[in-house]
Every structure is written in C-alpha cells, then in structure tokens.
Design a protein around this ligand. Structure first.
Ligand code: FES
Length: 109
C-alpha cells in the first residue's frame, strides 16, 4: 500500500513554478504546471547532478516537444518532469508520485 505524506497546500506553489520540501530526509522539488486552468503536479529530486547543488526547485519550467521540463538554474540542462531523465546527458533525477487530495499536495514514500 502506498503511504502518502501531506506536504503543502496547492496554493503554496505558484502556477508554473516549483518549491522545495523536505520529505523523509530528502530534498524534493515539487512543481505545479498550470495549462488552460488545469494543474498538474510533479516531484523530482532537488539535487542537480550537473552542478552538485540543491537548486532544481528554482528551475524554469517549460515544454520541449511533448515533454514538460525543468531547466537547471545553474547549467541549464533540461530534465523531463515525468521521468526525471536529463535530455542532454546521461543523468536523471529521482521522481516521486504526487497526488492532490482536496487542496493538499501529497507525496508517496
Ligand atoms: S547531468 Fe549533466 S547534463 Fe544532465
């Protein structure tokens, strides 16, 4: 059975931006992607393997082809928010399932 942890209110994350949260001892970057008034949430590691810094939550989000991506604020590599895969190099970010329950954002263990 999946364990869900209550992280924050939906409105704690501005549309099309990210926030960092501490989840079971790991820094997680949670993104709220708003398109045509609909929200989608993604959670990836806050640690950028390219720069070695905990910065992914401050990355700029956008689309590349059919992928929703975040660009590292340091060296600008793009990571797919769904898979965590880096589009330019052989690297990836850990991902977590996210769900919204009412106005609460929940992360899976
Ligand atoms: S980890 Fe170096 S470019 Fe993605």
């Amino acid at each position: 059975m999946t364990n869900w942890t209550d992280i924050c209110n939906v409105n704690d994350i501005l549309p099309n931006s990210g926030r960092a949260a501490l989840h079971e001892g790991e820094q997680v970057a949670i993104f709220r992607i708003t398109r045509s008034g609909n929200d989608a949430f993604f959670a990836v590691a806050n640690y950028d393997p390219c720069s070695g810094a905990n910065v992914m939550s401050r990355g700029i989000v956008g689309n590349l082809g059919d992928k929703t991506v975040v660009a590292s604020p340091v060296y600008k590599q793009h990571f797919c928010l769904d898979s965590g895969q880096c589009l330019e190099e052989d690297a990836s970010l850990k991902t977590w399932p996210v769900r919204v329950d009412g106005d609460r954002v929940m992360l899976a263990s």
